[in-house]
Design a protein around this ligand. Structure first.
Ligand code: ATP
Length: 510
């Protein structure tokens, strides 16, 4: 399915709408509809259960979005949370300089891949791709160009050399993707934090920021939580909440938004043990993704080329979105940077007394940070499919189905009377619905032919459809249709909740 069709599907079926659409929308801001908000809540539940409920030594908090302005000075966001911005003078379009350069490198990579595909076709089964990539002069030349350009970019980014970035754009003759023009402004730093003003304090003192990450709410509460829950190191604090970034280029639907949600966990550890925990969380988080059925070929680790100012090791878990492999989650070894900074700026000690070592220290931190909306997009991209299936007459037809993991599916069961004009059927169906709704989110639907109702449920990912027919009235059995196999089995009404319950039980995946 093409990406634009996925976006229309999300709107048509009540998953995601553009924000304030009647006013033509607000760029990179989206609203979640009835099924979207259920799916998003289920993603959050899966995360919370796996991270908090399954770990005795991880507790959750819900900190405020607004924080004391000094928080962002201490964290480095006021001075360093910048992206390099460049404008095209002709098209008036704005870009991130690093993304323009990466786009240029990706184009060269596409050329390499085309060469490889051609050679594969030519040589057939005897083709040795690894050897070809390692020896073909044209491939080597192109690869060398990619390496040089990315190296120059990374070096410039590392030291904040905006002129250096501009030079790369000029040397590579990178055009504006919209207009083809090469008429660029200088590259300059752009801070990504949104700010607002506190009502009762004028000037800089009252300047507030909308948090660009949830992590800082955890850091400033480190001692409160440790003391009130009597946790011993190593222990973690988890949080799900909104974050805001004034992204320069916000494209690709909900991949890059200006208002989004993060699910973050900071794991506080002894100094010197960070690499052990870093590896542990890398593996644990990858397993979390795999447990949902995402194929391992679509997930990969990607080490950061440029470490953020706070990190001594960082890796992304990338997912192959419809537009390529991109970051879905980050795992960062943040050292004791944040706690030390807060200690310095607040003048309050943020130390832990380790009874085993008999010493005080500022703990180190390994964090896992995943965007809830990106996870949502990954799940929709993975599960939304068009599939050929036999129809009632034995002919082939196409259905759109969202093969979401049953734990994540918005509705778990649809209850469908075979005919809507037969009161005995609708009454029996309503009774089944009233029983099931106490356990699962269910939907009652009597409109249209049964085949169309099945299709509607397929399109929103409902794992089971229960159909009430005349036989139900005789012996209290219904047909239970499985979304994925299309198999219909006859079961008694009493069995439905056990069968569905087992399928949607989070303990299958946590
Ligand atoms: P990117 O390089 O894509 O901008 P990042 O490295 O700045 O992301 P982090 O600061 O590590 O991202 O944030 C942690 C997670 O938050 C990311 O892995 C991503 O899932 C999510 N995230 C970050 N920025 C956005 C955004 N603008 N919209 C949606 N999700 C986001």
């Amino acid at each position: 399915m093409e990406f634009k069709d996925l976006i229309s599907h999300c709107k048509e079926y009540g998953f995601i709408y553009p924000s304030s659409e009647i006013y033509d929308g607000l760029s990179a801001v989206y609203d979640y509809g009835p099924y979207g908000s259920e799916l998003k809540n289920n993603i959050k539940s899966y995360w919370w259960k796996s991270m908090v409920q399954m770990h005795e030594n991880i507790v959750g908090i819900d900190a405020a979005i607004f924080m004391h302005p000094k928080t962002w000075k201490a964290s480095g966001h006021v001075d360093a949370f910048n992206d390099p911005l460049v404008d095209n003078k002709d098209s008036k379009k704005r870009y991130r300089a690093d993304q323009l350069i990466e786009g240029y490198a990706e184009k060269i990579e596409e050329k390499i891949n085309k060469d490889v595909a051609k050679a594969k076709e030519k040589f057939g089964t005897s083709f040795d791709e690894v050897m070809y990539r390692a020896t073909n002069p044209r491939v080597l030349e192109r690869q060398a160009e990619i390496d040089t350009v990315l190296k120059r970019m990374n070096e410039a980014l590392k030291v904040g050399d905006m002129e250096g970035l501009k030079q790369v754009i000029e040397d590579c003759e990178i055009p504006c993707p919209e207009s083809g023009s090469r008429n660029w402004t200088e590259v300059r730093q752009f801070n990504l934090m949104f700010n607002t003003q506190l009502g009762n304090i004028a000037g800089e003192e009252g300047k507030l920021y909308l948090r660009p990450e949830t992590a800082q709410g955890i850091f400033v509460n480190f001692l409160n939580v440790q003391k009130s829950t009597r946790q011993k190191i190593p222990f973690g604090i988890a949080q799900i909440g909104k974050a805001f970034r004034n992204e320069i280029v916000a494209r690709q639907f909900i991949f890059r938004m200006r208002e989004f949600e993060q699910m973050e966990m900071q794991f506080f550890i002894r100094p010197g043990e960070e690499m052990k925990w870093y590896e542990y969380w890398k593996e644990t988080r990858l397993k979390w993704h795999l447990a949902l059925g995402t194929p391992s070929s679509k997930l990969r680790f990607h080490d950061h080329d440029n470490l953020a100012h706070y990190a001594n090791a960082a890796v992304d878990i990338q997912y192959e979105f419809p537009f390529g492999f991109r970051e879905l989650e980050g795992i960062h070894s943040r050292t004791n940077f944040d706690l030390s900074q807060h200690q310095e700026l607040s003048g309050k000690k943020l130390q832990y007394f380790d009874p085993e070592l008999n010493e005080n220290y500022v703990p180190y931190v390994v964090e896992t940070s995943i965007g809830c909306d990106r996870m949502f997009l990954a799940m929709i991209s993975e599960s939304l499919q068009e599939e050929k299936v036999p129809d009632a007459d034995g002919n082939e037809s196409t259905r759109t189905v969202m093969k979401l993991h049953p734990c994540l599916a918005p509705n778990k069961v649809a209850v469908l009377p075979l005919l809507k004009n037969k009161e005995e059927l609708t009454k029996a169906a309503s009774d089944v619905f009233d029983t099931l709704k106490k356990k699962f989110l269910c939907q009652y639907d009597e409109k249209d032919a049964i085949g169309r109702r099945y299709r509607r449920q397929d399109a929103i990912g409902t794992p089971y459809c229960v159909t009430i027919d005349f036989e139900t009235l005789e012996n209290n059995t219904v047909t239970l249709r499985d979304r994925d196999t299309l198999q219909q089995i006859r079961v008694s009404i009493d069995e439905i909740s056990k069968i569905v319950g087992e399928k949607v039980d989070y303990s299958n995946i946590i």
